[in-house]
Design a protein around this ligand. Structure first.
Ligand code: ZN
Ligand code: ZN
Length: 259
């Protein structure tokens, strides 16, 4: 029962809106995942290619995905065409390290990779992109925590991550902060294995192109579909994630370290 997907109303008007609704009709929006990783990630060891992710997105009926590898924009012409042939919009994106904290930039240009401080990010971000705080209150040094609120002017949205249990939910505080600031909340898979992909995602009321999707999120026209993990899944995926992070750290060390 707990594995059935739940539709969440966007929380930008009040915290209470993020309550679970099993049978509320959705906004009928585009099915989008704004936070995914693939084998093109220079800092993670991931077993599936960007094409395999796009193939899975097609099978699951996604309209748009954003590959947000660490400190690299993985959306060249070939991949965009590959996605487009499958009726999927591939939005260029990146999960960038800012002083060791993760920040998602959606509809990003390569220029954004020059940012190493929050001030750089303020200067380099363009009106066409979305800056999102991923997993801001999750355990781990890469989570923004107080840095998100301190730099809240930069952020257009806050993430609701796939990794949660109905009663163990590190997203809860992020949702409260989003409500306090009136920011939209987006659902993502942050997938490092294909089995994670498709459990939690966003429904965006927009035309099927990157610019329109960005605008719609900024305007709060987004809902979340999320499936809570059960305790066994929570434990299994937690261990899997720790192994992945450790392997990523080793990979980073051997490739010359991060910013
Ligand atoms: Zn992250
Ligand atoms: Zn990530």
């Amino acid at each position: 029962m707990t594995n059935e997907p739940w539709l969440y109303r966007i929380s930008c008007e009040s915290e209470k809106q993020l309550t679970e609704h099993m049978s509320v009709p959705s906004n009928g929006g585009l099915k989008v995942d704004f936070h995914t990783h693939t084998a093109d990630d220079p800092e993670e060891t991931i077993r599936y290619s960007s094409r395999e992710l796009i193939d899975k997105a097609q099978r699951l009926g996604f309209d748009a995905i954003c590959i947000t590898n660490h400190n690299a924009v993985s959306a060249d012409g070939y991949l965009r065409d590959y996605a487009s042939e499958r009726d999927i919009v591939l939005i260029p994106g990146v999960e960038i390290d800012i002083r060791g904290k993760h920040v998602l930039v959606i509809n990003a240009r390569e220029d954004i990779l020059k940012a190493s401080s929050f001030d750089d990010l303020r200067r380099l971000r363009t009106p066409e992109c979305l800056v999102i705080a991923p997993h801001p209150y999750f355990p781990g040094t890469s989570s923004l925590r107080g840095k998100m609120w301190k730099n809240i002017d930069i952020f257009d949205a806050i993430e609701f991550s796939w990794f949660y249990h109905r009663y163990i939910n590190f997203n809860a505080f992020a949702v409260r902060m989003a409500a306090k600031r009136g920011l939209p909340v987006i659902g993502t898979s942050d997938c490092h294995s294909l089995s994670r992909f498709g459990r939690t995602y966003s429904l965006v009321e927009a035309e099927k192109d990157a610019g329109s999707i960005v605008e719609a999120v900024r305007a709060g026209r987004v809902e979340i579909v999320a499936s809570p993990l059960n305790l066994i899944e929570l434990g299994m995926h937690g261990v899997e994630h720790l192994v992945s992070v450790s392997m990523g750290t080793v990979k980073k060390l051997f490739s010359g370290g991060s910013k």
